[in-house]
Design a protein around this ligand. Structure first.
Ligand code: 5RP
Length: 219
């Protein structure tokens, strides 16, 4: 089974968490693209979606799924998204696709976060995947120096501008044993928009695509 087939299995399994007649929170990435395709197969049974990126919005609209502005939505019962890494406490590193800020906002509104991954994404300790940090462009080098003081090696993701018009620093070399603490600490650096640690608001349900089927944790 290929990695993409495992992603597809997890993406389609998330349909179980979609309530008929609801608006669904939709993340970003190659695993979520399978979930969007799955949503397309039941589009007549949902009101629509709230999207975490321009890329997901485009894919949703191409399938004829209405996309709502988050400001017009007062509640969202489920948010479905992928992750770059997820640990045993359901804390995640996200932002490999540079959509971390909008993802964190939509996740904050949702009652339930369903994380969909292939079997390569589960880890004991977060940090092998470089931690993305979205920064205001003029603060980039200042924030990089502050991140170095925390023990990481920040690398500017050149050529990438986020949907919010900002830059991304990828922080290498962190072994993140206290993700909640680091999430708060990095977000307190002036010029940081947000970082890719999703620990304060981790996943509630994890669906892992494996060669033996989809393994479920939580929920
Ligand atoms: C995008 C993300 C994605 O969820 C994460 O990068 C996983 O992507 P993929 O499903 O393509 O492996 O956080 O900002």
């Amino acid at each position: 089974m290929t990695q993409d087939e495992m992603k597809k299995a997890a993406g389609w399994a998330a349909l179980e968490f979609v309530t008929p007649g609801s608006i669904v929170g939709v993340g970003t990435g190659s695993t979520v693209n399978h979930f969007i395709d799955a949503l397309g197969s039941i589009k007549d049974q949902i009101r629509g979606a709230v999207s975490s990126s321009e890329a997901s919005t485009e894919r949703l609209k191409a399938l004829g799924i209405p996309v709502f502005d988050l400001n017009d939505i007062s509640e969202l019962n489920v948010y479905v998204d992928g992750a770059d890494e997820i640990d045993g406490s359901m804390a995640m590193i996200k932002g490999g696709g540079a959509a971390l800020t909008r993802e964190k906002i939509v996740a904050a509104v949702a009652d339930q976060f369903v994380c969909i991954v292939d079997g390569t994404k589960t880890v004991d300790v977060l940090g092998k995947f470089p931690l993305p940090v979205e920064v205001i462009p003029m603060a980039r080098e200042y924030v990089a120096r502050e991140l170095s003081k925390l023990g990481g090696q920040p690398v500017y993701r050149e050529g990438v501008i986020t949907d919010n018009g900002n830059h991304i620093l990828d922080v290498h070399g962190l072994a993140i044993t206290e993700p909640n603490v680091l999430e708060t600490r990095i977000n307190a650096i002036v010029g940081v928009v947000t970082n890719g640690l999703f620990a304060e608001r981790g996943a509630d349900v994890l669906l892992i695509g494996t060669p033996d089927g989809v393994v479920r944790k939580g929920g």
